[in-house]
Design a protein around this ligand. Sequence first.
Ligand code: AMP
Length: 249
Amino acid sequence: MKVLVPVKRVVDYNVTITVKDDGTGVNLANVKMSMNPFDEIAVEEALRQREAGAVTEVVAISIGPDKAQDTLRTALAMGADKAILIKTDETVEPLAVAKLLKAVIDQEGADLVIMGKQAIDDDCNQTGQMLAALLGWSQGTFASKLELSADAATVTREIDGGLETLKLTLPAIVTTDLRLNEPRRVSLPNIMKAKKKPIDEMDPASLGVDMAPRLEVITTAAPEKREAGIRVETVDELIEKLKTEAAVL
Ligand code: AMP
């Protein structure tokens, strides 16, 4: 079973985001970038399934600038068999990402796609669902458990108030939730080895995909600053302030 794992290069989750003065986006200059955390979970899951014998090949794929090679090298260092970069310096919206992934799947084949439920930069949570629709494949989103057999994937999903278990006919798209697994740490020797592994490069134009943007970001704003809290001496004082200052009683 061949598994494709899309991995996006995003601002590292530990970075404190700042908004550009003109509101056109967030500052990316000199900011640490890493693999989207949900995609790390997707790579880990594909590797565990390979180690368990259910999967034969794990292919990582990223759409982005040259620098996205770093993200692919992380996937290779974790243990992915192969990496593909679809190179573009443009911002790529979820629909275009889904179309590019479909074009690669049409060319290269895949039985399963395991991908993040969302990218933590734009929080779209759209690409997996769009890809499933474009391919006409089954989908199991927000997976917290995945079991594979030769022709089916059993996905446990976290839903409001409980868990739902779905049996999907393969080929299928599975998107990962936080509790699916805890990704392995990459060892230094594996990082060094991954630096020498080849990365296949593809050009979006050669895949025949229209990447024209459909969305316009009107403005980006930082959340309102929260005021510092205060300490009160007595319960009476608290009640008084809740009545007079906060006006919530
Ligand atoms: P989104 O719909 O943008 O929240 O992204 C959901 C998932 O789609 C991510 O977790 C990735 O697995 C995949 N994805 C989105 N954009 C890219 C990209 N530029 N390159 C590779 N994978 C991507």
